[in-house]
Design a protein around this ligand. Structure first.
Ligand SMILES: [Zn+2]
Length: 114
């Protein structure tokens, strides 16, 4: 059995934890329905997380969280962003692969942005 999130609060707690590790400040965190994205981060540190992440394995959601948190230090998906991802979450490609597989099977053909 894959480990799942207990609830939205646990997922928010994980986001705060990762922000502290990376050394950035998060504003409000919301877990809500999002049709086009798994998550979004504003430049001011407001984080939105798709509530459907609660139905996915915890380590997949953690990848989405780390991805968004890293946008506060690297806004685009270039080489700098990738190097941060490898530094904080070395096995991120495998997690992203499982995120894409989950969205293909469980959520229809939606290819959501992160
Ligand atoms: Zn991104």
């Amino acid at each position: 059995m894959m480990d799942r999130w207990r609830d939205a609060e646990e997922m928010k707690w994980a986001a705060r934890h990762w922000a502290a590790r990376v050394g950035v400040k998060l504003g409000q965190i919301q877990v809500r329905n999002m049709s086009q994205k798994w998550a979004s981060m504003s430049t001011s540190g407001r984080l939105n997380l798709n509530s459907e992440l609660l139905e996915l394995p915890k380590d997949v959601g953690e990848f989405v969280i780390v991805h968004e948190v890293l946008h506060l230090i690297a806004p685009s998906h270039g080489p700098v962003f990738k190097s941060f991802l490898y530094a904080y979450l070395p096995n991120w490609p495998e997690r992203e692969k499982r995120l894409r597989e989950a969205e293909a099977s469980a959520f229809g053909k939606k290819n959501r942005v992160i």
